[in-house]
Ligand binder design. Structure first.
Ligand SMILES: [Zn+2]
Length: 70
């Protein structure tokens, strides 16, 4: 079973935006982003339904129709 959230300690959470919610953590933490599938090391993490999202993907996801180059 995949663990929904690794042991990240949330310091504070921001209001949900576009189905994503951004959290700031008490310390730099490592996790795997479910959007870009890359290893992230950050004191910020966003969550979507059952996914962990790195700040970069969070920023991209919040701007629909823009910066969609891939
Ligand atoms: Zn990502």
């Amino acid at each position: 079973m995949r663990q929904l959230l690794p042991p990240l300690t949330v310091l504070s959470s921001y209001p949900p935006s576009g189905g994503l919610q951004l959290h700031s953590l008490t310390e730099i933490s490592s996790y795997t982003c479910d959007f870009c599938l890359e290893y992230a090391e950050s004191a910020m993490v966003a969550t979507a339904a059952d996914a962990l999202v790195c700040p970069g993907c969070y920023a991209r996801a919040r701007v629909p129709g823009r910066g969609g180059r891939s």
